[in-house]
Each structure stands twice: as C-alpha cells, then as structure tokens.
Design a protein around this ligand. Sequence first.
Ligand code: SF4
Ligand code: SF4
Length: 461
Amino acid sequence: MSVNINPKDMIIAPGSNQKSAIYVREQKGKYQRIRRGIAMFLMTLFVILPWIEIGGFPAILLDASNQQWHIFGNTLYPQDFPIVAGIFMVAAFALFFITTWLGRVWCGFLCPQTHWLFMFFWLEEKIEGSRNQRMKLDKQKMNGEKFIKKSLKHASWVLVAFLTATTFVSYFMPPIELYSGIVDGSLGIQPWFWVSFFALCTWGNAGFLKEKMCLHMCPYARFQSAMFDKDTLLVGYDTERGENRGRRRRKDDHKEMGLGDCVDCNLCVDVCPTGIDIRNGLQYECINCGACVDACDQTMSQFNYPKGLISFTSEHELKGGKTHLFRPKIIGYAVICFVVFAAMTGYWFTRSTVELTVLRDRNVLYRVNNDDFIENSYQIKLLNKEPTARSFSVQAKGIDGIESSLNKSFSIDSGEMSSLVITLTADPVNLPRRVLPVELIIRDMESGEVVISHESRFYSE
Ligand code: SF4
Ligand code: SF4
C-alpha cells in the first residue's frame, strides 16, 4: 500500500472537484449503519432529555433567567463557574484525544451538522427521487410536478427545522411551558424569536449551506489537522492498488489490461457529501463519514476484488506499517482529561452547599445602644444551593459574650438568595482593642453542622 500524503497537508490541500451543486447518491453499508445508529441514539437523547424529570426539574434545563443550570438533579449557579469551565476543558481535551486517535470521527459520526445534513438528504431523496432523478428535476422548467416536489421537500425540511428548534429551546425553558404556550398561543415574543431563529438556522444550515458549513465556516475543521499524526485514523485511497484506474467488464483480467483495482465507477465521488474525490489524496474537505468506503467496498464485492481499496486507515498503515495507538500526544491528552475531570469531581463533592457574601455597614462603623453595649451591623447574602428549603442561623465567634441578632432559625428556599441584616452586640469590657476579628458562622439548623463561615471585623470607639 502506498500513498504520498502528510496528514498535516490536509489543511492546505485544495478541493479536487468541487462542484457548484452536489447531488449526493444514497449509500448503504457498514459505516452508514454505524452513523445512522449513532444519529438515532443521539437524536433520541436530544429529544427526550428535557422531558425526563429529576429532582423536580427537566434532566437538563439551562435556566438563564434565574441564573441556574439544572443538570441531572444538580443545580449549578454562577458561583459554580469552575465546574462549567472544567466541563468545557474536559470536553475540549476529550475532543483532542479522539481527533488524534480517530481523526475526524467527530465530523463524520457525531457532529449535529452531519446528522441533520444526512437527514435532509434522506428527505430529499424520498421526495425528489434518486440522484439522477433530482438532477433531471433541477434541469427541467417549473411545472406542476416540480412545484409539488419542491414544496413538499421544503415543507418537510421546515417541519424538521421547527421541531429541532423547539427541542433546542426546551433546554432553556421547561418543555411543557413551551409546547402549551405554542398550542394555546400564550408563548411570549422572546421564546418565539429563539424558536424562529433556530428553525431558520437549521433549515439554512442543513438545507442550503450543507457542506459549505464544514468547508468554510467550521473552525474545528481548520485546526484539527494540527492534531493529526501518522497514526491518526483517516479515510484514504490505496493508490498503489487502485491505479491505473479504468473501466472493465467483470470477467476481464484487469492485470493483463494493465489496470489496478479501481474500476473508475465514480461511486466514491457520487456518495460524498462534500463532493470530493478521495482518490486525489487526503483533503481537508473530507469529513470521514465513510460513505466512499461503503461505496467502494460494494463495487469491490461486485468485481470479486478484496474490500478496502478505500478504507479507514493511517498514514503508517498506508505505507505498509502498523498503526500505533499509544503515543505521547494521545497519552498527554488522556492524562490532562483525567486530571481536569478528577479536579472537577473533587471540587463538586467538596463545594459548599451555600454561598455567603458579607458586607459591613458602610455608613456607621459602630453604634452604642441603650445598654452602652457596642453594635456593628453587616449585610449578609446567603444562597441555598441545595434542592430543598433549609433553615439556618448565624452566630458570631471571636469575642467573649458577643450576641448575634440572627441566632434564631430562618428559612431559605432552594435556589433562593436571601439578603439579611445582622447586628452583633458586644460588651465594651470584652473589647480590648478598637478593631477585633470576628467570625460569622452559618449553621444548618436541621443537622446542626456549620456549613460556611466568614471572617470580618468588629469596631468600637
Ligand atoms: S471522501 Fe469519503 S469519507 Fe470523506 S467526506 Fe467524502 S465520502 Fe465522506
Ligand atoms: S468507488 Fe472504488 S472503484 Fe469506484 S471509482 Fe471510487 S475508488 Fe474506484
């Protein structure tokens, strides 16, 4: 096997046969089954997750108006930013790891753009017919048949786009509220704006921009080749085996004719969603969807040739060597991923279940009350991050006999932030200095445990 390509060249390799309009032929086969299976699984998850209730909230609800993210029964607040940053970091390094190992597997098998693109292709094929029929339809002048087919296609695309948009928006507002609002006409302008916006984006992306989104707009497509090495899995054509390409009959002895295994059926080009010819070498337009692998395997079977003229392979394998799984870059990404994940998990399990902010009364440093005791006031903001209401008390420590005005139980609902004024009172005989440290202690009244504390100052004279 041989091929003269450096995967890093893919970023600059020109597209070989970009056409103005791409008519994709439907292809069946192993990789298309895998992609469809993954698509069904991910789309089912996408649709059902907002409908599954955990802890009184949808499994995933990104409630921006209340600044709370409900994720599988846990609630994240703006104060939990390290967790969100950790999630993004783990996702990024997991993507680097997968890309170095399996190439553009994200693009071909996981990216929503690809799944929606293939879903729109499927609808187009069912309504307008096969590749040849669609090409013929587009060439003919507008008539009743063409009008009906085009209208039906766009109606089906718009319907899918609308359902996609409502599902997406139901991650930001409870789905019952969203759908009942749509049905009874009570949905506000803002949710309608977002539903229309995302529906338009879906229709535009999967129906019109199609492969142009991957080729010209997706930043990931541009920088991922920097992660490739000679062991990265890519879709490649075995030039040594395939060339010279040429047409022949099944019974012909192609070796005698001086031909390689490529029968030049052009199927690998016809099924390619980005319209490239993989026989021209690796190109950045290739999203590794595997359609050309299935198409070529089908042709090879028809001619009784071994499969794998186009295959998922690596540059090392194409040169007759072996693909190495364990290499420093891959191990590095896996280690970083694991370390960030462990740090995030540690942070999650040790994070406080309340958030406390304490501000001293800025107008008056201290007051002397009717009993000649010294009083200091503070404003405290207490956020209850637990999924249930809780009762707290605030006590003070650090000065003998100091009293807190909030030493009795008060309740805060789940997710609520209470703003309270607390006054600490101390006997002047216990205040040897003008400024003394004092600790405010928040206690959970049910468990009796101290949940958080804060050090401040107590002023006198
Ligand atoms: S060249 Fe093959 S794997 Fe790459 S995008 Fe086209 S059909 Fe998919
Ligand atoms: S599908 Fe295979 S045999 Fe047909 S043109 Fe492509 S590489 Fe050649």
